[in-house]
Design a protein around this ligand. Structure first.
Ligand SMILES: [Fe+2]
Length: 348
C-alpha cells in the first residue's frame, strides 16, 4: 500500500493507494484496514484526514464496509442539521442535497451539539465535472493562526447559535437559508418529542408564533482535542453568521476566477438586506452572536475566514474515493459545482 501526503507542503490529507494486486479489491482493502486499524487511527488523529483512492468502492454497501473497517462503531441516529439529505443504507446518506451554487463553508460537523460525530466518512459516487470538491481544513492550525485579540474575544465570550424553522407545511418562503421545517429536522410533528430530542443534544427550543421554532445552542469557541489535548477552533460561527454567504462568495470568486458567482454574491447580499428589514437577528434562519447576545464584529469574522481559507486544502474528487475525517480537529465544506454530483457520508 502506497501512502504519502497529497500535497507535500500540506499536512492533510494523507492518501493511500493500492500497489499489490490483492490490495486492488474491496476485500483486500477492508482486510488491510482491519489489520492496520490501530495505526490508521493514530494517523487520522495526527493528520486529520485520510484519503483512500484507486480502490473499487462502487456501491453504498461497499462504502459502508470500508467505513466500518475504519471504525466499527458507525452511528445512524437522526440527523439534526440544516441540510437536506437522503438515506442510501441504514448508515449511509447522501451528504447534502443543496443546489450546486450554494457555498458550504468549512465546518466541524454538528460542532454545536453535545452528541456530535467523532469521525466522518465521505464517498464520491460521481464527481462533478466542474467544482464540487470537499475541502478539508485543520482547525487546530486555524486556532494557532488567529490574531490574539480575536481568539481571546471568542474564548472569553463564547457563541450563541440561532436557527429558526417554520412549522409543518410552512417552509420559509423568501428565505434561501431555510431548507427544512422543524418537523423535517426532528422527524415528528409532536412538540414533546422535539423537546425530548433537544434535551439529548443540549439544544434549547423556543416556540414562537405561527408554530415556528427557534433552536438555540450555546457553544464554546474552542475545545481541546479529546486524544491530544490540542486546542481546536471548534464552532459554527463561520458557517452560520449572517455575513457568511457574501463573504464566502467574495473569496470563491477570487479562488475560482468565476465571475458568474458574482450574481449569487449580489443575490445573497440582497436577501440579507431583505431579511434584515423584515426580521430581528433572533428570527433569522441562521445566525450567531456572542453568548451574551451582542453581535460579533464583522472584522472578527473576516479574521476567522482568513485563517480558515489560509489552511484549507482543495482537491478534486475521483470516483470511488473514500475520505475519512477526524471531526474533532478537521473541518469540511463544499465548493460550488455545475452538473450532476453525488457524494455520500456516514459517521461514527
Ligand atoms: Fe457537513
Amino acid at each position: 500500500m502506497d501512502r504519502q501526503l497529497l500535497f507535500p507542503e500540506r499536512s492533510l490529507p494523507l492518501i493511500f493507494e493500492p500497489v499489490e494486486p490483492e490490495e486492488k479489491t474491496l476485500v483486500g482493502l477492508v482486510n488491510w484496514i482491519q489489520t492496520n486499524r490501530e495505526e490508521l487511527n493514530d494517523l487520522l488523529v495526527h493528520h486529520g484526514a485520510l484519503l483512500f483512492r484507486g480502490f473499487p468502492v462502487w456501491t453504498a454497501e461497499e462504502f459502508e464496509s470500508v467505513a466500518r473497517a475504519l471504525d466499527p462503531d458507525l452511528k445512524n441516529a437522526a440527523y439534526h442539521g440544516t441540510a437536506p439529505r437522503n438515506s442510501l443504507t441504514d448508515y449511509v446518506q447522501s451528504s447534502v442535497e443543496l443546489p450546486g451554487y450554494y457555498p458550504i463553508p468549512q465546518h466541524i460537523e454538528m460542532s454545536y451539539l453535545k452528541n456530535k460525530a467523532n469521525r466522518l466518512f465521505f464517498w464520491s459516487m460521481l464527481p462533478a465535472r466542474n467544482g464540487g470538491e470537499t475541502p478539508v481544513t485543520d482547525f487546530r492550525q486555524v486556532y494557532r493562526d488567529l490574531p490574539a485579540e480575536v481568539r481571546e474575544a471568542f474564548e472569553t465570550r463564547n457563541i450563541k447559535i440561532i436557527r429558526n424553522y417554520s412549522g409543518p407545511g410552512k417552509k420559509g418562503r423568501f428565505d434561501l437559508l431555510q431548507f427544512k421545517g422543524w418537523d423535517e429536522i426532528f422527524h415528528t410533528t409532536e412538540k414533546d418529542e422535539v423537546e425530548r430530542q433537544c434535551a439529548l443534544s443540549g439544544t434549547t427550543p423556543v416556540w414562537k408564533k405561527g408554530n415556528s421554532l427557534c433552536l438555540i445552542n450555546d457553544q464554546s469557541a474552542v475545545r481541546s482535542h479529546p486524544d491530544t489535548g490540542e486546542p481546536v477552533w471548534h464552532n459554527h460561527s463561520q458557517a452560520f453568521h449572517i455575513s457568511t454567504a457574501v463573504a464566502e462568495y467574495r473569496r470563491l470568486i477570487k479562488y475560482t476566477k468565476k465571475p458568474a458567482l458574482l450574481f449569487y454574491m449580489l443575490l445573497a447580499g440582497a436577501m440579507n438586506f431583505i431579511q434584515g428589514m423584515r426580521k430581528s437577528r433572533d428570527d433569522l434562519a441562521l445566525h450567531c452572536q456572542f453568548q451574551d447576545g451582542s453581535e460579533i464584529p464583522d472584522s472578527y469574522m473576516e479574521a476567522v475566514r482568513d485563517a480558515i481559507w489560509k489552511n484549507t486544502v482543495i482537491f478534486p474528487w475521483q470516483k470511488g474515493d473514500v475520505l475519512a475525517i477526524d471531526n474533532h480537529s478537521t473541518a469540511h465544506g463544499r465548493m460550488p459545482f455545475r452538473g450532476p454530483r453525488k457524494t455520500a457520508l456516514c459517521y461514527a
